[in-house]
Design a protein around this ligand. Structure first.
Ligand code: SF4
Ligand code: SF4
Length: 175
């Protein structure tokens, strides 16, 4: 398997997410409710019984880089929110992590998603569709996830772990 530096892999990851976002936008999103006029904006990100977004290490690094562009005070506030989320929802890095749900600490009322350009695949794919038949098929996300796994393997030389987003951001920060 061809190896990649983290820098090379991050570039490929960004391209992959941009392509995935464009494909979803062009082929599916117009059939969903508009987020711009949504009267419960962010309900999708803050629903503590629904959100169980997981990421790999490479994605966590990309998200960490995006957060690092914010001013220091804001970064401190966000990482404090991330720690509070882990504590509040008792998020773990072992066991059935996909059963763990939480309100996402990266949603900000006036801004929306703080990491829009590198948001995780389920966040890109998710929208509010009235008709079940209009939803993008799960296979699209599964296929893109396989490509992300491969990028992780090529970079870190081991099978990637998928962990709840706040957990991985906290781990990366301590790396
Ligand atoms: S995904 Fe749904 S709940 Fe979330 S902002 Fe868009 S329309 Fe609103
Ligand atoms: S990463 Fe962004 S889009 Fe995804 S749940 Fe968090 S705030 Fe919402």
């Amino acid at each position: 398997m061809k190896t990649l530096s983290e820098k090379q892999a991050l570039l490929k990851l960004r391209n992959l997410k941009t392509e995935f976002r464009s494909f979803i936008r062009e082929n599916y999103e117009h059939k969903a409710k508009s987020c711009l006029t949504c009267e419960t904006k962010g309900a999708c990100c803050l629903d503590a019984h629904f959100v169980n977004v997981h990421v790999t290490k490479l994605e966590a690094v990309a998200i960490g880089e995006t957060l690092a562009k914010l001013n220091l005070e804001k970064q401190k506030e966000i990482y404090a929110r991330i720690e509070n989320t882990i504590e509040k929802y008792d998020l773990k890095s072992s066991g059935d992590t996909f059963a763990q749900t939480y309100a996402c600490p990266l949603f900000e009322k006036e801004v929306g998603c703080l990491i829009h350009s590198v948001k995780p695949l389920p966040c890109i794919q998710h929208a509010c569709y009235e008709r079940k038949e209009d939803l993008p098929p799960d296979e699209l996300q599964i296929e893109a996830e396989k490509q992300i796994q491969r990028l992780n393997e090529q970079t870190y030389k081991k099978f990637p772990r998928w962990l709840p987003l706040p957990v991985f951001l906290n781990l990366i920060r301590r790396d």
